[in-house]
Write a protein that binds this ligand. Structure first.
Ligand code: PLP
Length: 387
C-alpha cells in the first residue's frame, strides 16, 4: 500500500478539464457535441505571434532562459502595463511563468499554512480554493451574488479579515460569472486595507482586456499604497488566444521577487524560450487581432444572454466581462449538476455546473461563449428541446 501525503487528498481540481475529456469521449463515439465548457478562445493565435515562436526555434533559442524570464520580455510586460493601465512597473518585479496558474500556486504556497486564512471569491476560479486547502490554510469565501452583478462587496471582504488573514484573492473580470467589480468598490477595499498592513492581495487580472458595454478595467496596480504587498496575475492565454503555449506573468512586490524566483527554479527552471519570444511579439506587435476577437466576443455575448433568457426557467444577467455567461437555472427544477449532465448527455452541449466553482455557485451553470455564433444558437435550441 503506497503511503501518500495527506495534503494530496485536499487538492481539488478544475472540472473544465474533466468535462472537456467527457465531451471528447462522447465526440469520439460519434456524438455531435458543442463545447461551451472550456474557457479558451476558439480563435487561433495570431500569425505574427506563431511566426515569432517558430523563428526563435530557428534562431537557436533552445536553452534555458533566466528563471524569472527573458529581460526583454519583462521589459515589454512593464511597457504594456504602462500603456494599458498607466501604471509604472519595474521590469525586475515582473516574473514570467508557464501560464496564469503558477502565479496563484506560488502566491498561495507562500502565504498558506495551517492556522492561516486566505480569502477567495466564491463562485470563483476553482483552483483558488483547491490550493488554499492543499496548503493547509483555511479557505474563507468571499460570497458573490447576482444581485450585486457578481462584484465583490468591499465591506464584506474587510469585515472577514481576522488576525489569521494572510492573503485576499480577488478576480475582476471574473471567471465563472463574467462579473466586473466597479472602481468605487475597489477604492473602498484599498482604503480599508490601510488598517491591515500585513495582509497581502493577489489580484487575478487575466481577463483585464475583456470587458463590454463601455466598462473599463481597474487594475490594482493603480493603487501605489498597496504595491508593497500586491501580486497582479496576468498573461497571454486569453488575450492572445495562447492557452496552449503556457505563458503568463505577474508583477510581484520587490520584497517577494527573490522568493518567487526560487519557487520558479525549484518548479520549472524557466519558461520555454520560444514561447517567450512569441509572447514578446504579442506585446510589441499589432493589437488588431485582440480588437477583432473582442468584437466577436461582444456579439456572441449579446446573443447568448438573450437566448438564455428565452429558455423556460432560466434567467441570465448581463455578463460584463471575460467570455462567460452564468445563468440561473433553478426555475427548471434542476440542480446545477443535473442541468450540466442533462445538457451534455441529452442535448450534446458541454457546460459546467456552477458548483464546480464553489458552493455559492449552486443554481447556476457556466456557459463559455468562446464558440461560434452558429454553435451558440444550435446549443441553445438543443437545450430548449430537452428542457
Ligand atoms: N485565472 C482565471 C480567473 C482563469 O479563468 C484562468 C483560466 O481559465 C487562469 C487564471 C489560468 O490561466 P492559464 O491557462 O494561463 O493558466
Amino acid at each position: 500500500m503506497l503511503k501518500l501525503a495527506a495534503s494530496l487528498s485536499r487538492l481539488g481540481t478544475e472540472s473544465a478539464f474533466e468535462i472537456l475529456a467527457r465531451a471528447q469521449a462522447l465526440a469520439a463515439q460519434g456524438k455531435d457535441i458543442i463545447n461551451l465548457g472550456i474557457g479558451q478562445p476558439d480563435f487561433k493565435t495570431p500569425k505574427h505571434i506563431v511566426e515569432a515562436g517558430i523563428q526563435a526555434l530557428r534562431d537557436g533559442h533552445h536553452g534555458y532562459t533566466p528563471a524569472n524570464g527573458l529581460p526583454q520580455v519583462r521589459e515589454a510586460v512593464a511597457a504594456d502595463l504602462q500603456r494599458r493601465h498607466g501604471a509604472k512597473v519595474d521590469p525586475d518585479c515582473v516574473v514570467i511563468v508557464p501560464g496564469g496558474k503558477p502565479t496563484m500556486f506560488f502566491a498561495i504556497l507562500m502565504f498558506g499554512e495551517p492556522g492561516a486564512e486566505i480569502m477567495y471569491p466564491n463562485p470563483g476560479f476553482p483552483i483558488y480554493e483547491s490550493l488554499i486547502k492543499y496548503s493547509g490554510a483555511t479557505p474563507v469565501p468571499i460570497a458573490l451574488s447576482e444581485d450585486k452583478d457578481f462584484a465583490f462587496d468591499a465591506d464584506t471582504v474587510l469585515s472577514q479579515i481576522t488576525p489569521a488573514t494572510r492573503l485576499i484573492i480577488i478576480n475582476s473580470p471574473a471567471n465563472p460569472t463574467g462579473g466586473v467589480t466597479p472602481k468605487a468598490e475597489i477604492d473602498k477595499l484599498v482604503a480599508g486595507l490601510a488598517k491591515h498592513p500585513d495582509v497581502a492581495i493577489l489580484s487575478d487580472e487575466i481577463y483585464s482586456q475583456m470587458l463590454y458595454g463601455g466598462r473599463e478595467h481597474v487594475s490594482l496596480l493603480n493603487y501605489p499604497e498597496i504595491r508593497d504587498r500586491l501580486i497582479v496575475l496576468d498573461g497571454w492565454s486569453k488575450t492572445y488566444a495562447m492557452t496552449g503555449w503556457r505563458l503568463g506573468y505577474a508583477v510581484w512586490p520587490e520584497s517577494l521577487v527573490a522568493d518567487v524566483t526560487r519557487l520558479c527554479i525549484n518548479d520549472h527552471s524557466c519558461v520555454n524560450a520560444s514561447a517567450q519570444f512569441a509572447g514578446l511579439a504579442a506585446l510589441t506587435g499589432p493589437q488588431d487581432a485582440v480588437a477583432e476577437m473582442m468584437v466577436a466576443f461582444n456579439q456572441r455575448r449579446s446573443l447568448i444572454v438573450e437566448a438564455l433568457n428565452s429558455l423556460p426557467g432560466v434567467r441570465c444577467s448581463d455578463a460584463a466581462g471575460a467570455f462567460y455567461a452564468f445563468p440561473h437555472v433553478g426555475g427548471t427544477g434542476l440542480t446545477s449538476r443535473q442541468a450540466q449532465d442533462l445538457f451534455l448527455n441529452e442535448a450534446g452541449v458541454a457546460t459546467i455546473s456552477g458548483t464546480s466553482f464553489g458552493a455559492w455557485g449552486e443554481g447556476y451553470v457556466r456557459f463559455s461563449y468562446a464558440n461560434s455564433a452558429e454553435n451558440i444558437e444550435r446549443a441553445i435550441e438543443r437545450i430548449r428541446k430537452v428542457l
